[in-house]
Design a protein around this ligand. Structure first.
Ligand SMILES: Cc1ncc(C[n+]2csc(CCOP(=O)(O)OP(=O)(O)O)c2C)c(N)n1
Length: 332
């Protein structure tokens, strides 16, 4: 206990929170792995985009939020969805195109959200979620609520006009927006050096007159603590913060992409910094978790994913007569 208390003091995180972060990291990786398997089995159609290796960013940052806050995740943010309350069952129903999924079987990819959980669904147009998140933050401010809008964006999408307009708007009005930039080194096949002339993405924060922080995106504790501080600042009316989380896209852009343009050595180097392994090592060396604790979390995750897939598979597909109901572009 004394050791645990010392470790808590050292890190500023309680054992329960560390175990929760560990659980969500495992769940995120496990859910995505199962979706990939179902895709290879032909049970999931469409593109499969994942965040293998960068799970600490979504999990650690979303864990810093509370009820009433909103998130605007991107296509690699399964962890954000799960931490904010999207159930494994609904995720699986979505990927298996069932009526009980969040888009009622109408859409695919990571286009899922639920406004009742404060999750804005990602759409394909990169960058457009930033003005939407700024709008949510403006609503909080106008209503006098101390809630926060957290937005996510990839390195590539920081180059869009929408990103600039949304962030400039939020900065100028000092809105409660926390922007998490997921720098995973590539925008599809385009490396950072071919995307912009600045040294680091965090340098953009200066241009908007807001604080910017650059952190290790594979360290879930660092992500959580940094996000928590930025969220607290935003709640106090101090305006937006940009947090650049440095990580690596460990698989192709999506499952159809072999990513032969990524140097093998780069992947090998980043594999040694795997966020789940790092948290396991850290917790065990600081006596914050036993091998039994870790095994119990793994068993729980396996059980929950099996159950979610079974449930989703028992759900009906949408009724073909209503397939155009509830979608924006319908045949007239
Ligand atoms: C405005 C816009 N331009 C181009 C695309 C096509 N596109 C989809 S994902 C992607 C790469 C995105 O890279 P990044 O923002 O770094 O995120 P990552 O996929 O690496 O997580 C591109 C170019 C798009 N969806 N929207």
């Amino acid at each position: 206990m004394a050791v645990e208390a010392r470790a808590t003091e050292e890190t500023g995180i309680a054992k329960g929170d560390l175990l929760s972060l560990y659980y969500y990291l495992l769940l995120t990786r496990g859910v995505e792995a199962r979706i990939r398997k179902l895709y290879l089995q032909g049970k999931v159609v469409g593109g499969v985009y994942g965040g293998y290796g960068q799970e600490a960013i979504g999990v650690g940052s979303a864990y810093a939020l509370r009820d009433g806050d909103t998130v605007s995740p991107i296509h690699r943010d399964m962890g954000v969805q799960l931490v904010r309350g999207m159930s494994g069952r609904r995720v699986m129903a979505h990927w298996m195109a069932r009526e009980s999924g969040p888009t009622r079987g109408r859409d695919e990819d990571m286009h899922i959200g639920d406004l009742s959980l404060g999750i804005f669904s990602p759409i394909s147009m990169l960058g457009s979620s930033i003005p939407v998140a700024a709008g949510a933050a403006l609503t909080f401010k106008q209503r006098g609520q101390d809630n926060v809008a957290m937005a996510y964006i990839g390195d590539g999408a920081t180059n869009t006009g929408d990103f600039h307009e949304g962030l400039n708007f939020a900065a100028t009005l000092r809105l409660p927006l926390v922007l998490i930039v997921e720098n995973n080194q590539y925008a599809y096949s385009t490396p950072l050096a071919k995307q912009f002339a600045i040294t680091h993405i965090v340098d953009r924060a200066d241009a908007y007159g807001i604080p910017g922080l650059r952190i290790d995106g594979n360290d879930v504790v660092a992500v959580y603590k940094t996000a928590k501080n930025a969220v607290a600042d935003a709640r106090r009316g101090h305006g937006p913060t940009l947090i650049e989380c440095v990580t690596m896209r460990m698989r192709g852009h999506s499952e159809h992409d072999a990513a032969s343009y990524v140097p093998k050595e780069m992947l090998e180097e980043w594999a040694r910094r795997d966020p789940i392994q790092r948290l396991e090592d850290w917790m065990t060396t600081h006596d914050m978790a036993s091998q039994e604790d870790l095994a119990a979390a793994r068993a729980r995750v396996d059980r929950e994913i099996d159950e979610a897939v079974q449930w989703a598979d028992s759900q009906p597909f949408p009724n073909a007569d209503e397939v155009a109901t509830g979608v924006y572009a319908t045949e007239v």
